[in-house]
Design a protein around this ligand. Structure first.
Ligand SMILES: [Zn+2]
Length: 168
């Protein structure tokens, strides 16, 4: 998993300072120019931690403040936030606890339920859902929509996340 998003990671501008003098001298080749971005730009893809997907994933830059990235949108779920370090400490502790363990899922479910703002709706495969919607399933109980896909959505219930049919 680690290497999947690492290829999107770009060197910070500081790391390139040594080469900038070279660029100013006008001796750089085409190849060097391509590998040496001066700074980030809106529309570029960078690695960031997505709190919604709970993983380091490619994000599109949607807002810049000077040379700093102000906001990024997750290319997986569309969640927009300020950029986070691609490998957060939370991920390490989650792995220690045992990823997908009943306690971890229940804790995540509680956090998601507390953060969810959508109205509670009875689950039906004929309905369309949005991320953060609360659904009530007759068998699985109450859950929160985590991800959307074509005709499907991932709903986190207290015991586990399930891929559910939807009209999306
Ligand atoms: Zn995401």
């Amino acid at each position: 998993m680690g290497t999947v998003w690492q290829k999107y990671t770009r060197q910070p501008p500081e790391a390139l300072q040594g080469q900038t003098g070279c660029a100013l001298a006008g001796t750089m080749s085409q190849h060097e120019e391509r590998d040496m971005p001066a700074h980030y730009m809106v529309g570029e893809t960078v690695a960031s931690y997505c709190p919604q997907c709970q993983a380091g994933l490619p994000h599109t830059i949607v807002d810049m403040k000077g040379e700093k990235i102000a906001q990024v949108t997750c290319t997986t779920c569309g969640y927009t936030d300020k950029p986070h370090a691609a490998a957060p400490k939370a991920r390490v502790s989650r792995t220690k606890k045992g990823e997908g363990s009943p306690q971890a899922v229940a804790a995540l479910w509680e956090a998601k339920m507390a953060a969810a703002r959508g109205p509670e709706r009875v689950y039906t495969r004929a309905a369309t859902y949005g991320i953060g919607d609360i659904v009530c399933h007759e068998q699985f109980g109450t859950g929160v929509v985590l991800k959307l896909a074509s005709h499907k959505c991932t709903v986190l219930f207290k015991d586990q996340a399930r891929l559910m049919a939807a009209a999306n």
